[in-house]
Design a protein around this ligand. Structure first.
Ligand code: SF4
Length: 200
């Protein structure tokens, strides 16, 4: 229903050039929600979030740390693809604070429906959308932030697209290892919740 309503959203100008609204996907009662920045080129065409290179990298990393991909809900802070045309290519363009704010009611509505135990924000845009514009990913990356208005736990890490942009193989391997460390914290946190539930 929410996704259907979002198809007709005209809350900002991004709907004009994008192919379609790309709403979140996943179990409606998922314990874990990932929030990225916005759909990319492949997501815009497919109408599904995290199906392009960044999404594949995220799935691979989740598998490595034992988080089942199909148990997580994945979405974005902004639901339409913002890009600059370059010949036949469409280059990602960062959404403005205004566009992020215009789209936040959709994200808030998704969180309200899913009620995840833990939200993982991917990249600065998603982190600032939920944790405020003063939030600095460089300072608080990988920390479990407790008792937020959104979920009992929120953890901010980088967007997987940052790993794909690493300048060389060494830098990419380092960035991937750091990303895995953050996801291991997420996996541990979710396991602690399962243990607590089993004990009651
Ligand atoms: S980006 Fe968000 S607020 Fe803007 S038109 Fe799309 S769904 Fe609406």
């Amino acid at each position: 229903m929410l996704a259907k309503a979002a198809e007709k959203c005209r809350g900002c100008a991004l709907y004009c050039n994008a192919t379609q609204t790309v709403f979140g996907k996943g179990p409606p009662d998922a314990s874990l929600m990932f929030v990225g920045e916005q759909p990319g080129d492949q997501e815009d065409r497919a109408g599904r979030p995290f199906v392009g290179p960044s999404g594949r990298l995220l799935s691979e990393a989740m598998e490595r740390v034992g988080i089942p991909r199909d148990e997580a809900y994945v979405t974005n802070a902004v639901k339409h693809f913002k890009f600059e045309p370059r010949g036949k290519r469409r280059l990602h363009s960062k959404p403005s604070a205004r566009e992020v704010a215009a789209c936040r009611p959709w994200l808030e509505a998704e969180i309200k429906v899913v009620q995840p135990k833990m939200i993982v924000t991917l990249g600065a845009t998603a982190a600032q959308s939920l944790l405020g514009s003063a939030f600095r990913l460089t300072q608080h990356r990988g920390e479990v932030i407790r008792d937020t208005p959104w979920a009992p736990w929120v953890l901010a890490t980088v967007h997987p697209s940052a790993l794909l942009r690493a300048p060389d193989r060494d830098a990419r391997e380092r960035a991937y290892a750091e990303f895995l460390n953050d996801l291991k914290i997420v996996a541990r946190q979710l396991k602690s919740q399962t243990r607590q539930m089993a004990a009651h």
